[in-house]
Design a protein around this ligand. Structure first.
Ligand SMILES: O=C(O)CCC(=O)C(=O)O
Ligand SMILES: [Fe+2]
Length: 371
């Protein structure tokens, strides 16, 4: 503790006293999904991380996720479970019956709805929350979300029996411009976590396909040593996120294969643990990706399979709109720098030629490659 005191006094500045007052809060956050090395003086202590704080959280979170997943094995087939355990993702081609898939796409193609957007380099990510109103307009979407394999895989991979946050996501990539930070291989955070992509049309190799390094969800010896080193570096540099990036040389050292690109036909589902290394492939031309996208990130140290808020299913369609509502109000009052901006009603499938270049007038917003 003495040495932490020294470390902290070196960083003394406005707010240092407050940080000390908040110490019990910061200590409690050690057992949460918090990943900022900047906001939390304990998680951001170089000394504690050299002594193994970060890697201790990594290992404990892995064990807890494994324990929760074992209690949820009945939700997935032995084959999906095997694929996931080996690769860190499950890829399902022809997920829906062709007729159901066509009906879903036809319905969504005819709809316009409220969206929020964020720009990262030359890419714009647009998200449409799946509200009760949208479910009413697109009953095919309701059937999709109730599909037992979708429900089972998203829950099993997340290791929580909880509905993920689900959107229709549209990625509009420009042909030129600043690099999109999502195109660099990274892990989203220090603990097992789930993201799912259901592609609503074919994604070509030149159109920035999702990319994943198979087996990178497994914490081998070398990977752990690397993470420990990276955590002390991150603490020294006061990095805001734990979304560590990885180089090709690192992958070779960890004995991992080259990244796999999901240049796949429409009607393909990919559910992955994004503590494994992944990225968005570089797009060589203006392109648009439209997908149903989900993510789930409850407290990784929770022993409960179903977090308390998830016990009220009626709240489910309100979670994202409520978050956007609060964020938009705070941003309007100048209390928050908005990452996601409301863009009003837009067609779910943007018309051709509506790549990110078309939005050039909009101010760029930067965000760590960790969303
Ligand atoms: O959009 C993609 O292909 C992957 C982006 C990413 O890194 C993420 O969603 O965490
Ligand atoms: Fe990511």
């Amino acid at each position: 503790m003495e040495r932490i005191t020294r470390l902290e006094t070196e960083r003394r500045g406005p707010g240092a006293g407050l940080r000390w007052l908040l110490l019990p809060w910061h200590a409690a956050r050690v057992l949460s999904g918090e990943k900022s090395f900047r906001a939390n003086p304990l998680l951001g202590s170089e000394l504690l991380n050299r002594r193994g704080l970060h890697i201790w959280r990594v290992r404990l979170a892995q064990r807890m996720a494994g324990w929760r997943r074992r209690r949820m094995e009945h939700l997935v087939s032995p084959r999906d479970r095997e694929d996931f355990a080996r690769d860190g993702f499950v890829q399902v081609p022809d997920f829906l019956e062709e007729r159901d898939f066509q009906a879903l796409v036809a319905r969504l193609s005819a709809l316009s709805t409220e969206a929020h957007e964020m720009r990262e380099g030359k890419a714009v990510t647009r998200r449409i929350p799946i509200t009760t109103e949208l479910l009413r307009q697109a009953p095919e979407l309701r059937a999709f979300l109730a599909h037992p394999r979708w429900r089972g895989l998203t829950r099993y991979v997340s290791s929580f029996d909880a509905a993920p946050l689900t959107f229709i996501q549209v990625i509009l990539s420009g042909a030129s411009g600043e690099e999109d930070p999502q195109t660099r291989l990274h892990m989203d955070t220090f603990h097992p976590t789930m993201k799912a992509w259901f592609f609503l049309h074919a994604v070509e190799m030149e159109e920035g396909p999702l990319t994943y390094v198979a087996r990178s969800h497994i914490q081998g010896r070398r990977r752990q040593a690397w993470q420990r080193r990276r955590s002390t570096e991150a603490a020294r540099r006061r990095e805001a996120g734990g979304a560590f990036r990885v180089t090709a040389a690192d992958l070779t050292r960890f004995g991992l294969e080259r990244p796999r690109h999901f240049a796949v036909p429409g009607n393909t589902l990919v559910v992955a643990d994004t503590c494994g290394f992944h990225a968005r492939g570089a797009s060589a031309r203006e392109s648009i990706r439209v997908e149903i996208y989900a993510s789930s990130r409850p407290n990784p140290f929770s022993p409960l399979l179903r977090p308390l808020l998830d016990r009220v299913p009626a709240l489910e369609p309100w979670r994202v709109p409520a978050q956007y509502w609060v964020q938009d109000r705070l941003a309007a009052l100048g209390l928050l720098r908005p990452v996601w901006r409301p863009v009003g009603k837009v067609p779910v499938f943007p018309p051709h030629g509506a790549g990110a270049g078309a939005e050039a007038g909009r101010a760029p917003v930067s965000m760590p490659a960790s969303s």
